[in-house]
Ligand binder design. Structure first.
Ligand code: ZN
Length: 114
């Protein structure tokens, strides 16, 4: 099966538990921890970013109180950047360290792996 044009060239440099900063959009400037990555959609779920309010019906049988619940929704990967400990939001490069490929900060060259 041929890959569709929209997914063929998407390279995801962001992984779960990374800290990213939102660089554009409604939540510009916010930063948070990546909770989930959706490579097929080129989206990530980031803690405290893109909060949507959901109206919840009370359900006494399941002990759910009614009201408004807040929940994150996925944001496009192109709208966030990985944070380098010393430079802030940066572009990600790749380098081979031994037999491992690691992500590096394009500004200062330090590895971004924990
Ligand atoms: Zn750096």
């Amino acid at each position: 099966m041929p890959k569709t044009a929209s997914t063929a060239h998407v390279r995801v440099d962001i992984r779960r538990n990374d800290t990213v900063k939102v660089i554009t959009g409604r939540d510009k400037g916010k930063q948070g921890r990546v909770l989930r990555v959706f490579p097929a959609d080129a989206k990530v779920l980031v803690e405290h970013v893109m909060i949507v309010k959901k109206h919840v019906r009370p359900n006494p049988q399941r002990n759910i109180q009614g009201g408004i619940a807040e929940q994150e929704s996925p944001i496009a990967i192109s709208n966030v950047q990985l944070l380098c400990g010393s430079c802030g939001p940066v572009r990600v490069g790749h380098e081979r360290r031994g037999d491992r490929k690691v992500r590096v900060c394009k500004k200062c060259g330090t590895t971004l792996e924990k």
